[in-house]
Design a protein around this ligand. Structure first.
Ligand SMILES: [Zn+2]
Length: 349
């Protein structure tokens, strides 16, 4: 049958939305070429704060100027190890406040990459309880989740008028598993990822194999696992489980070096050694999940964790890995190449 061109079925258009430049990452001080990221710690906070407690009970926080000066000093010491970039997954629920981070970034020779997203292990924050999908039944139709527009706006337009753009998305799943709230945030994160190309970091609880639940939901949303860090993967020593996730394409965050309450330095480090031996250096990133100040811990608790600080990876972990046969090439892969690839928007949506 003859077909006139104007009668041809429409060619499906690839929905690209705002296409993030492939080789550029937004940082607090502006865009940086991925080739310039250098050694990158993929999960470090500057501050972790409970915003409404801090607003009303700021006694422990004390002087803003002193906290900023302390952060500048700690991050300057980190930069002296050769680290060029930190990736800070502080989002709603963790007290993100970009003007303070800008003030610090201006004084340190380090790229700080900031995030958008929402941190919860169970329910969505009350702000979202009666917005978006929560209204589906009431209105008898699907209501879009306002979280998606908030996340996309942070990535495309900048955060709260600061001009600083988020470069990645963050959500969480913990022991509670895939609760309705956790799933809602994860799907909103996936949709913002598809609209912008910004990669994703998920706080996971590998002891209960939550990576598999992440795989199911993000897979269902069409997310490429190579653009997803499964954070806190290094909390387990189950290398068979980690190998399974690496083989599925995920990036594994061996990112809590120094938090040795339920595990040990050697257990964390030996897991990385064994994963390297199995050929998975290309699937791991290293970090500490440290901060200059976290209000989740009473003063003094930090004394129980003497290795939990920004330079532990370079002071202690890398020498240990080298001693166990991890090569310089594998270390570069984990600290430089994997972070760079994660931020490069190779997919098309
Ligand atoms: Zn963290």
């Amino acid at each position: 049958m003859l077909q006139h061109p104007e009668e041809d079925p429409p060619v499906p258009q690839v929905q690209t939305g705002h296409v993030v430049e492939t080789h550029v990452v937004e940082t607090v001080k502006g865009p940086v070429d991925t080739a310039e990221l250098g050694q990158t710690l993929m999960h470090e906070h500057v501050f972790v704060l409970t915003a409404d407690v801090q607003q009303n009970h700021p006694e422990e926080w004390g002087s803003e100027d002193e906290r900023v000066a302390d952060a500048v000093q700690k991050l300057t010491a980190l930069a002296a190890t050769g680290v060029r970039t930190i990736v800070d997954p502080t989002v709603i629920g963790l007290g993100r406040y970009i003007p303070r981070i800008q003030r610090i970034a201006e004084q340190v020779d380090l790229n700080i990459v900031v995030a958008t997203g929402c941190y919860t292990y169970d329910d969505v924050p009350f702000f979202f309880h009666h917005r978006g999908p929560a209204l589906d039944e009431a209105v008898g139709a699907e209501v879009p989740d306002p979280m998606v527009d908030m996340f996309v706006g942070d990535i495309q337009d900048g955060i709260a008028g600061t001009g600083v753009r988020a470069a990645f998305l963050k959500c969480a799943i913990d022991r509670q598993g895939m609760t309705a709230g956790v799933e809602r945030v994860m799907r909103a994160v996936a949709r913002a990822h598809r609209a912008t190309g910004a990669p994703i970091t998920v706080h996971t609880h590998p002891g209960s194999r939550t990576g598999l639940a992440v795989q199911q939901v993000l897979g269902n949303e069409g997310v490429d696992p190579r653009r997803v860090v499964l954070g806190h993967s290094g909390d387990t020593t189950d290398v068979d489980h980690l190998s399974e996730l690496a083989e599925a394409g995920f990036v594994l965050g061996m990112d809590r070096f120094g938090i040795n309450l339920e595990t040990t330095f050697e257990a964390r480090a030996d897991t990385v050694v064994e994963m390297c031996r199995r050929g998975h250096a290309g699937s791991m990133v290293l970090s500490q999940d440290a901060s200059c100040y976290i209000d989740w811990l009473a003063p003094g608790v930090m004394d129980l964790l003497p290795q939990w600080h920004y330079t532990h990876v370079h002071d202690d972990v890398l020498p240990y890995l080298r001693g166990q046969g991890v090569t310089e090439e594998q270390i570069t892969t984990m600290l430089v190449d994997n972070p760079r690839r994660y931020f490069e928007n190779v997919g098309r949506y």
